[in-house]
Write a protein that binds this ligand. Structure first.
Ligand code: ATP
Ligand code: MG
Length: 567
């Protein structure tokens, strides 16, 4: 028998107005419908209805993790510093990490993710190749001191994550564990009713190689991804790489370079306006420092340099922006008027669009002057071609060349093939078949449980309120007793019969609450089917309404029950 939850006994207070600080739909609705309450910035309390949704999601995640043979464990959230020092993440995490001291002055942290501790556990538990492969996971509270904990539970400073880790002795083994997780994630997000895309991602601070993100397209998303309208290519914008452009015409055959008097035009906008040319005809040269050495980066004037991508290309070298002091003692570098021609002492990195044979308007390396007809391959050479521009809608798909679409999305999951980074840090070896130690290779797989609640709310809600997919909803059916004794009696008996048949029911039997308020609350709470014991209760007829489509139908109780127990 499924549970019948009576609203007269449920701790719930719905709100008519949006919370003052709420910017996103999920934040507004989850607070108004009584699922969560804010305790502090980015720190949330889960109320009974919210708790049920959270548990439904956790259950589905656990079922699918168990189905691929992953084993559940629970590691502490309060962690000693040393393992994170061993991998460098105690420092690398910077301000994102919550650090604290115990009474003896020892350093601790609140875990943002647990690669270090899982690696140590496996080092302790697994000693032979026979103990591997192993996949372990937990559903646990994570802590990150996010810079902008907005959007409600979408980005918390405390949040619930399912994190799993795989340990293998071979690269093929890792690829298999990764594939198992990827398939499990697809099952989970399908069951949760998500609209999602799997996109290639950059691995970031985690290190490692192959990595993909599960993105739920939504206006409130903080990630941008590209999507090809004609093939199945999709990638996080940070991970898009383009094929180098074909060389253009022969560098010869262009008119000679010619100086242009361009006073007060240190930016591309002022220059393009002054000359009456499109920004794309100009060549923008950004100066950066790479491990302290000044380097110029050339891109068409209508494009922006993606410093993240540049950093990825040049890593482990560190990229910084130049400051006024860097120009001191460098008469060859004229701020705002830099051109690649005659910049012999500076390494020149360019976007592939700055192809051999293309002709540009660019800085003349003297104040208030630009030059036109500056030809790549004739007047300057490119030392390195790198894909360094910020992706824009309409850029060609790297797979098929069609113009790409740009969309916003919420990252709901992330799967990584980490490789041996963490195993190296902790010398995680097992005894191989031949008796020699083998270094273990790892995968790490995160899935935001509290974020999934917010992301689903974003994707499914409408003007009336939340609108949950059935497996996630706090109940299958929301029975509303319009108010009279007869109606309440019918509602409770209907609820009980449904409960006995295994249907999860929320029944609004509150006395002294107007039918209008009850109907509004039912829409707001978002249970997939609403049944009203109202006007025709005396005849034993109820109204059955689909929360999503709004379709309604009057049915005798017996028929309503057989209909609702069939779903
Ligand atoms: P983001 O780019 O959104 O900050 P991330 O890439 O840092 O996320 P991971 O380290 O990959 O996140 O964490 C795994 C999963 O945990 C994410 O896919 C996301 O679903 C969830 N998650 C990460 N940060 C938060 C947060 N602050 N609040 C809620 N869920 C989060
Ligand atoms: Mg991520």
């Amino acid at each position: 028998m499924a549970q019948v939850q009576r609203m007269s006994r449920l701790m719930i207070k719905t709100l008519r107005d949006d919370p003052a600080d709420a910017e996103t739909l999920n934040h507004k609705l989850l607070v108004r419908a009584g699922y969560v309450r804010r305790t502090s910035a980015g720190i949330w309390s889960w109320l009974p209805l919210g708790m049920t949704v959270l548990e439904n999601i956790s259950r589905i995640v656990r079922e699918e993790m168990d189905a691929i043979g992953a084993q559940e464990v629970l590691l502490p959230a309060l962690l000693p510093k040393e393992p994170y020092e061993a991998t460098g993440r105690w420092e690398e995490y910077g301000d994102l990490l919550f650090r604290l001291k115990d009474r003896r002055g020892g350093d601790y942290l609140l875990g943002p993710t647990h690669e270090e501790i899982f690696t140590q556990i496996v080092k302790d538990q697994c000693t032979s190749y026979k103990d591997l492969p192993v996949m372990i996971y937990q559903v646990q509270t994570k802590y990150r001191d996010e810079a902008r904990p907005r959007s409600g539970v979408l980005r918390g400073r405390e949040f619930l994550m399912k994190d799993s880790y795989s340990f293998d002795t071979t690269d093929e083994g890792l690829a298999e564990s990764y594939a198992l997780h990827r398939a499990a994630y697809r099952k989970i997000f399908d069951r949760l009713g998500f609209d999602y895309r799997i996109v290639s991602a950059v691995s970031g601070a985690m290190g490692g190689s192959a990595s993909e993100e599960f993105l739920a397209p939504a206006a409130a998303g903080e990630d941008t991804f590209v999507d090809c309208p004609s093939c199945d290519y999709a990638a996080n914008t940070e991970a898009v790489t383009f094929k180098p452009a074909e060389p253009a015409a022969d560098p010869a055959g262009h008119p000679a370079m010619e100086d242009l008097d361009t006073p007060d035009t240190p930016t591309i906008e002022t220059l393009a306006a002054h000359l009456g040319v499109p920004a794309s005809a100009t060549l923008k040269n950004l100066l950066v420092k790479v491990d302290g050495e000044i380097v110029a980066v050339g891109v068409p004037g209508d494009r922006e340099v993606d410093l993240g991508k540049l950093g990825e290309h040049l890593a482990p070298a560190v990229v910084d922006l130049v400051t006024a002091e860097d120009f001191e003692g460098r008469p060859d570098l004229v701020r705002g008027y830099v051109g690649p021609q005659g910049l012999d002492k500076v390494r020149y990195i360019a976007d592939p669009r700055v192809a051999r044979g293309t002709s540009w308007i660019t800085g003349a390396n003297k104040p208030d002057t630009h030059v036109r007809n500056v030809v790549c391959g004739r007047d300057f050479e490119v030392d390195d071609y790198l894909d360094v521009v910020v992706v824009e809608a309409g850029d060609p798909c790297p797979a098929c060349g069609t113009g790409l679409k740009l969309d916003r999305a919420i990252e709901i999951g992330h799967v990584f093939q980490l490789g041996r980074k963490y195993a190296d840090a902790f010398q995680l070896d097992v005894l191989g078949q031949n008796g020699k130690p083998v270094r273990v290779t790892m995968g790490s797989y995160g899935l935001g449980i509290t974020r999934a609640v917010a992301a689903l709310a974003e994707q499914t809600a409408d003007e009336q309120g939340l609108c949950w997919p059935r497996e996630v909803a706090p109940a299958d059916v929301h029975v509303v007793a319009a108010g009279k004794a007869l109606q309440t009696e019918l509602a409770l008996s209907l609820a009980e019969q449904l409960g006995e048949a295994g249907v999860r029911v929320l029944v609004d039997d509150r006395a002294g609450v107007s039918p209008g308020v009850k109907f509004t609350d039912a829409e707001l709470i978002g249970v997939p089917t609403i049944v009203v014991a109202g006007r025709r209760a005396g005849e034993g007829v109820v109204e059955v309404k689909d929360r999503r489509t709004g379709e309604r139908e009057e049915l005798p109780v017996a028929e309503a029950i057989s209909r609702l127990t069939a779903v």
